[in-house]
Design a protein around this ligand. Sequence first.
Ligand code: PLP
Length: 429
Amino acid sequence: MVKNFLNLTQEECQREYDKLIFDYENFKSKNLKLDMSRGKPETRQLDLSLKMLDEVNSRSDFKTLGGIDLRNYGICDGLPEMKKFISSVTGVDEKYFIVGGNSSLSMMFDAISFFMIHGSREQKPWCKQEKIKFLCPAPGYDRHFSICEYFGIEMITVKMNKDGPDMDFVEDITKNDSSVKGIWCVPKYSNPQGIVYSDEVVKRFANLKPKAKDFKIFWDNAYFMHDLSSETETLTDILEECKKNRNEEMPIVFYSTSKITFPGAGVAFLACRGENLENLRKMYSIKTVGFDKINQIRHLKFLKNKSNLYNHMQKHREILKPKFELVLKLLESEFKDNPILKWNSPKGGYFISVDTCSGCAKETVRLCSEAGVILTKAGSTFPYGKDPYDTNIRLAPTYPNIKDLGLAVKLFCLCTKLAFLKKKLGLCN
Ligand code: PLP
């Protein structure tokens, strides 16, 4: 029978600890070497797109509908056909897109560096303003936070609710503090919690009345196609809603095919309106003579159209779903009646976010690492790597094979218990 550790006496804790440390030493002797730290597709997922590399190999493949030779310079903001494709998938009008290179993260970086250097809406460049702050819903994506740190942008943590960021807080702070210039959002299957922003949350975003005229919403829709069930969650169109509320200069939306085809060799997209679109288009026309159009046409020929893309994503799902189910099943069996760990059950995305009891996350991750399983660093889901209560851990079940994943999660469960008992027994440093 599963014991509820919250009800144990000190003596019972010690007994449990002595038992579990024995199992832990056993795990250690297996010399595991598993990496569950990043949300990477596994080999079989990468193989799904292998045929894409054969798609363009004769001279006629490189001609666009407009008769342009794609092997040459030009068409800086993306093939018109590629814009049509992404428009048909996302519902965003093709005229608002810029098709970029291999990484949406680098487009986010580019946009921030543009506002840093040039500013927008007749405001001073951000680097010339006294202080710049960004709102960071957390747990969130560590690389967003790293971009802020890189540019010296102060980060303010925003609590995540079940349907998106705490909008009372967002409305209040943006209304009153002109140094708050932006917010990071992963609106669908958020990294790491898998949360989908509700219609109400999106509408409240679109209706913000920020004191800073140059306030921007970085809407990173990285997991827009990444459902774990056959039914997709709907997300309200932020660009359209902002337009209705005369806030069209606020949002910049990002997508990529990194986890559709090949991470690092996919195609990234950005969509925005008005001055943002004009400015970023101009910036890219100076930054490059054209992104990799051969990769764009390869993707187009391979992904073809919306329904083909859905079929392709279904194949990803068939690989990923059993892994998520396994992790959730193990967590359920270990912690349903021993509530020292809480977790989410995402309907899409790449992660399962868990919360240990206060002050146990770092020790759990350390114990796992000492026994050969690397997890995402505790704290990294919060700005500055500092989780105020040391509770959140991001589990990334996608990369290991299912056998390794099972072992890794069993070890994780054991380490969660050990970390809790160590804390109760005063054995932590
Ligand atoms: N945004 C989020 C929320 C992510 O989780 C990731 C990758 O894990 C990225 C962006 C990276 O996207 P890209 O490969 O297009 O740079």
